[in-house]
Design a protein around this ligand. Structure first.
Ligand code: HPA
Length: 321
């Protein structure tokens, strides 16, 4: 089936058949995960904290209809196991497909549908993002309490097309997309963690979804900030839309991996009497704060342990109540 996502009835059938394949290779004790977790750039180490047994890993390439990620740092596998003190059965996506890789937005969100068919009730979505809010430092973690879906508002929405009632209603509300009780539990969970870096703080705010793959211009960063966004990134929001359509409870978190550059760059007419020395200085100004993918991955790596500890504590707390 080349583009099952063109028709939502077919998406449901495709999700059901992907889920059936997965059920056929997962041992019975792991077949009913209650929580799905999507790990963003560099955050997939969570799987190493699963109980060693039982545990199963399935490469995305083995799963019918699953999109594959081509991005460095996004190995694609679906891992089933038990997480934390409460041994909560979970399914973890290590790596995700992005819209900017060329997948349709429906394809990008297909794994959420499959996890819904597998029976999850809640989903935790993590990502790396650029900080727009000047109070945010690189290495901070932000719990999402709202989003701005730029591609979605412009027509690239994962729920566009015939509605599939098997998943949810035609016009889902998103005013309550980010579960308040989950956010509260996540803040409380963070306070319980003895080892988290004191240099890191847990924020809460608004994520702006852009399609990428370019990082934003300075003017775009200022626009996003003016519109109320605290961070900007290239994922998560399509998955949240599909998760909420399907009635899943959502917790989403961003790791701030770089500070987006809001200050306007130097003007050409300010540097008319150019010299090599001046242009050397200018290059420094222009390079300062420039986003790059390596920086994103390195920050992710350093902060990954704290983010993983938070996810584990959160899952223990929701599972024990
Ligand atoms: N912009 C968009 N996506 C990102 C960024 C950014 O600055 N950092 C990490 N992902």
């Amino acid at each position: 089936m080349s583009e099952p996502q063109e028709n939502l009835t077919t998406i449901f059938q495709a999700a059901t058949s992907s889920a059936a394949y997965i059920q056929s290779v997962v041992p019975e004790g792991l077949r009913a995960p209650s929580v799905g977790i999507i790990c963003g750039s560099g955050l997939g180490g969570l799987v190493d904290t699963l109980e060693a047994s039982p545990r199963v890993e399935i490469p995305y390439s083995d799963i019918p209809e699953f999109p594959r990620s081509t991005v460095v740092g996004h190995a694609g596998k679906l891992v089933f196991g038990h997480l934390g003190k409460e041994l909560t059965p979970v399914v973890i996506m290590v790596g995700r497909a992005h819209f900017y890789e060329g997948h349709s937005i429906q394809k990008v969100t297909f794994p959420v549908r499959v996890m819904k068919v597998l029976g999850i009730k809640s989903i935790i979505v993590t990502n790396a993002a650029g900080g727009l809010n000047e109070d945010y430092k690189v290495g901070d973690i932000m719990i999402l309490n709202d989003h701005i879906n730029f591609p979605g508002l412009a027509g690239n929405h994962p729920l566009r097309g015939p509605n599939e009632e098997s998943f949810g209603t035609r016009f889902p509300a998103l005013s309550d997309a980010y579960d308040l009780e989950f956010r509260r539990t996540a803040h409380l969970a963070y306070r319980k963690l003895p080892g988290v870096s004191k240099t890191r703080s847990l924020k809460e705010g608004v994520y702006a979804f852009v399609s990428g793959p370019t990082f934003e211009t300075r003017a775009e960063c200022r626009m996003l900030r003016t519109m109320g966004a605290d961070v900007v990134g290239m994922s998560t929001v399509p998955e949240i839309c599909v998760a909420r359509h399907a009635g899943l409870r959502v917790l989403a978190m961003s790791l701030v991996t770089n500070a987006a550059v809001l200050a306007p760059g130097p003007r050409g007419d300010e540097v008319l009497d150019d010299s090599n020395a001046v242009s050397g200085q200018l290059n420094k100004v222009i390079e300062a704060g420039k986003a790059n993918h390596v920086e994103v991955l390195e920050t992710g790596f350093e902060a990954a342990a704290d983010m993983q500890a938070l996810v584990r504590q959160f899952i223990d707390d929701i599972s024990s109540t």
